[in-house]
Design a protein around this ligand. Structure first.
Ligand code: ADE
Length: 241
């Protein structure tokens, strides 16, 4: 039994045909240190271990014809059922899904964990999605060769939000998207480099002026590059008064 003060850690269970792709890049740096320190947990489930026949097949041709192969409904369902959904949400990474954004990353960081289903081939059987109430999440409008790299992206975005992963929690509040804006430009030494100077205000020591300068740059950048974010920011700023 768990000790009274022992909290269950946020944990990800990844269903994949390529378990060796995990933790991959998340074994390094910020996420890697947090993984080693037990701030989050990662478990992989090899979908192939649920294959039924002697050939251990996990995919088959799509009904109705067409190119590629689809993951068998029964094999994937067995893998999902073995994990159980007690962790909460089950997410299938696919271009058809809800777009991953900072709000979804925050949502997932607040749960106990997540189950991620990675597809290969042309995808998974629709009946798995319907029958196991699996949500679909896309990391962007492009096609990857499998869900694994998308799962790594999602986990990176979520894990860095977990309490204790980033030492300086204030950094999270400063960063891109925290207030719906792109980030202001950063500078460090040397103060003059290749004839280019650091904006004078940043070396003035005048904190209020620095704050105002950074906000102006963030707004300027967002307006020029991301009209979609700019519109939303304007509406949110107005409604706040
Ligand atoms: N699998 C293949 N392409 C993907 C994408 N863009 N997002 C999430 N999962 C995917």
């Amino acid at each position: 039994a768990m000790a009274m003060n022992e909290e269950k850690i946020w944990s990800a269970t990844v269903l994949t045909l390529f378990p060796e792709m995990f933790p991959g890049p998340l074994g390094q740096s910020l996420a890697g240190n947090a993984l080693k320190n037990g701030i989050w947990g990662l478990e992989t489930v090899d979908i192939r271990s649920f294959a039924r026949d002697k050939h251990r097949s996990v995919d088959d041709a799509p009904f109705g014809g067409g190119p590629g192969m689809v993951m068998r409904a029964d094999v994937l369902a067995d893998a999902v059922d073995d994990v159980g959904s007690n962790t909460g949400r089950i997410i299938y990474l696919s271009p058809q899904g809800r777009r991953l954004d900072q709000a979804l990353a925050r949502e997932l960081a607040e749960q106990d964990g997540v189950v991620l289903v990675c597809g290969r081939f042309e995808g998974i059987d629709q009946r798995d999605l319907d029958g196991r109430e699996i949500e679909e999440v896309s990391i962007g409008d492009y096609v990857l060769s499998g869900g694994e790299t998308a799962a790594l992206v999602l986990l990176d975005a979520v894990v860095r939000l977990l309490p204790g992963v980033i030492g300086d929690a204030a950094a999270l509040d400063e960063e891109s998207f925290a207030h719906g804006l792109l980030e202001y430009p950063q500078y460090t030494r040397p103060q003059v480099w290749e004839g280019r100077e650091v904006p004078e205000v940043l070396t003035s020591g005048h904190h209020e002026k620095i704050r105002a300068w950074r906000l102006a740059r963030a707004e300027e950048l967002t307006r020029a590059r991301r009209p979609d974010l700019w519109e939303r920011y304007l509406r949110a700023t107005k409604s706040r008064g």
